[in-house]
Design a protein around this ligand. Structure first.
Ligand SMILES: Cc1cc2nc3c(=O)[nH]c(=O)nc-3n(C[C@H](O)[C@H](O)[C@H](O)COP(=O)(O)OP(=O)(O)OC[C@H]3O[C@@H](n4cnc5c(N)ncnc54)[C@H](O)[C@@H]3O)c2cc1C
Ligand code: FES
Length: 276
């Protein structure tokens, strides 16, 4: 579990290539790993963005948002991870859906990449919509473009593409043509909710990739539970992809805020450590 290569790809966004023969052999699009940076550390889930069976490596891209991702960002090429398990979760159900719109926001664009590649390989015609707060946060546009027939970019501040939200081009596209077999979306929860609300009105099948807080990643702790069509599901073993029209986003958004005080406390401790 050695980090073979490290690349800074945008503000607070880092790419690692990691040695992992077994995961590289088995991983399917949409699956994830859970890693620990150090023995005392917490377990965090990250999507497997790419695999290379020949080189026996996997690629992850992560955003430094809190204690563990900031610790991870301080590791360098040649460093070892304390632990790494995977591939976890169900693979994205890939088949030829005909015309597909893939929507990615922020670091979700990295998570979108393996799925877009798989849809393309399955014969889908892909239109991609990428969004971010600002130009620098619209990551990997060239890589997503490789699998797309059309691409639209939106930024909150208008520094790249059109000023606005990913739902603006999405609304125009589906108002003009309702013959899309699937909309696939991964990004912040408010974005996935807005996309699902929009497509529900047009009855277009929509999958969202939920980034619930996870602990064990094997269906034992219940930490990642979500309500889907009134039923309790575990994101780690039943997902992470779910029908966006069936997700109880209000409950999920509340659950994502459960550990805010602990997260702030952990960040203060990290700041103190860095100052020393
Ligand atoms: C299946 C899955 C795949 C994921 N793939 C990626 C990926 O490829 N790249 C990536 O950067 N992140 C990904 N995430 C999110 C990543 O796991 C979290 O950002 C990470 O656990 C945060 O840990 P932390 O200690 O650094 O931050 P914390 O201190 O735990 O949290 C800091 C802030 O981030 C928010 N946060 C915490 N956990 C999550 C979460 N699971 N999702 C969204 N926001 C969260 C908190 O609410 C808080 O505002 C994925 C999550 C899941 C469930
Ligand atoms: S992370 Fe524990 S049940 Fe899913």
């Amino acid at each position: 579990m050695k980090i073979i290569a490290k690349e800074h790809i945008a503000e607070d966004l880092t790419k690692f290539v990691i040695e992992s023969e077994l995961i590289a052999e088995k991983a399917l699009p949409g699956q994830f790993i859970i890693l620990m940076v150090c023995k005392e550390g917490e377990r965090i889930p990250l999507t497997i963005v790419d695999t290379d069976e020949k080189k026996k490596t996997i690629t992850i891209i992560f955003q430094e948002v809190g204690y563990t991702t900031k610790l991870l960002g301080r590791l360098e090429s040649g460093d070892l991870l304390y632990s790494l398990v995977g591939p976890l979760g169900k693979a994205t159900p890939v088949r030829n859906y005909g015309k597909v719109i893939v929507v990615g926001g922020g670091v979700g664009i990295a998570e979108l990449l393996p799925v877009a590649r798989a849809f393309k390989d399955a014969g889908c015609a892909i239109t991609s919509i990428l969004g971010g707060r600002t130009a620098e946060l619209v990551i990997l546009p060239e890589q997503v473009k490789e699998y797309s027939e059309d691409m639209y970019i939106t930024t909150d501040d208008g520094s790249l593409g059109e000023k606005g939200m990913v739902t603006d081009p999405l609304k125009r596209l589906i108002e003009k043509d309702q013959n899309y077999g699937l909309v696939f979306c991964v990004g912040p929860l408010p974005m996935m909710r807005a996309v699902s609300d929009l497509t529900r009105a047009f009855n277009i099948k929509t999958l969202v990739c939920l980034n619930s807080i996870m602990i064990d990643g094997t269906g034992m702790c219940g930490g990642c539970r979500v309500t889907i069509n009134g039923e309790t599901k575990f994101t780690c073993v039943d997902g992470p992809d779910f029908d966006g029209h069936e997700v109880d986003f209000n409950e999920l958004m509340t659950r994502q805020k459960r550990f805010i005080s602990h997260e702030k406390h952990a960040m203060c401790k990290l700041d103190e450590k860095i100052k020393k």
